[in-house]
Write a protein that binds this ligand. Structure first.
Ligand SMILES: [Zn+2]
Length: 215
């Protein structure tokens, strides 16, 4: 997609990927919502201790949890995010969302992963590739910052779906990065903790501003 190309030009490194909770999701999910009434939730900021807490396992998959998942989807879409974790919306629960963009160019880049919504509950990473990839990440909870982060290129996850049914996921590349970033949130880990470098995008980096990275 053009955003990656722009960023590669900007940073002069064809191996850099950009991940943001803040991102470029466009379009509606329509029938992927369980309920018709959604509410965008408040995304808490870095000084909130909830972000640093070990989130609890989800044990009740009832109506309240289903409403939370829908509201989290709405929140992620409204914030144009690629992912969202429970603690980011003040819910200390082990639930994460991920959704890569679904434009034409995104489909070229991500294939079947483009536009696919993942709701992953109580995830455990069961396999991590030896190979790691460095990429640029941001986070809805840390506005105005970017960082270089190494992530495993491929991971496998054992988890439950939003109804509590067992589920397994294999993710690579960008999707694997989103999963790792979001699952870290469940353990109180922020990307800045593991980044090799963190910076504030400069004003002259017009491309980044256009990508809604700024505060
Ligand atoms: Zn984040």
């Amino acid at each position: 997609m053009e955003l990656n190309i722009g960023l590669q030009n900007l940073l002069g490194n064809s191996y850099i990927y950009l991940l943001l909770d803040i991102g470029y999701n466009v379009g509606r999910l329509g029938d992927q919502y369980e309920n018709s009434k959604m509410t965008a939730l408040q995304i808490i900021q870095p000084d909130n201790p909830l972000l640093r807490r070990q989130a609890l396992r989800v044990t009740d998959f009832g109506a309240e949890f289903q409403a939370l998942v829908d509201n989290m989807i709405d929140t992620m879409m409204e914030a144009r995010g690629l992912g969202l974790a429970g603690p980011q919306v003040s819910q200390s629960l082990r639930v994460v969302l991920a959704r890569l963009p679904d434009g034409d160019e995104s489909q070229e880049q991500y294939g079947d992963d483009a536009g696919k919504l993942y709701v992953i509950v109580n995830p455990t990473v069961t396999r991590r590739s030896d190979e790691k990839i460095s990429g640029v990440e941001g986070c809805l909870s840390l506005p105005g910052l970017l960082g270089d982060v190494e992530r495993h290129e491929v991971i496998e996850i054992s988890a439950q779906d939003r109804r509590g049914r067992p589920a397994r996921y294999t993710a690579r590349g960008w999707l694997a990065r989103v999963f790792q970033h979001e699952i870290d949130h469940l353990d109180g880990i922020l990307y800045v903790d593991i980044a090799t470098k963190v910076w504030r995008p400069e004003d002259e980096e017009v491309g980044l501003k256009e990508m809604n990275v700024g505060p």
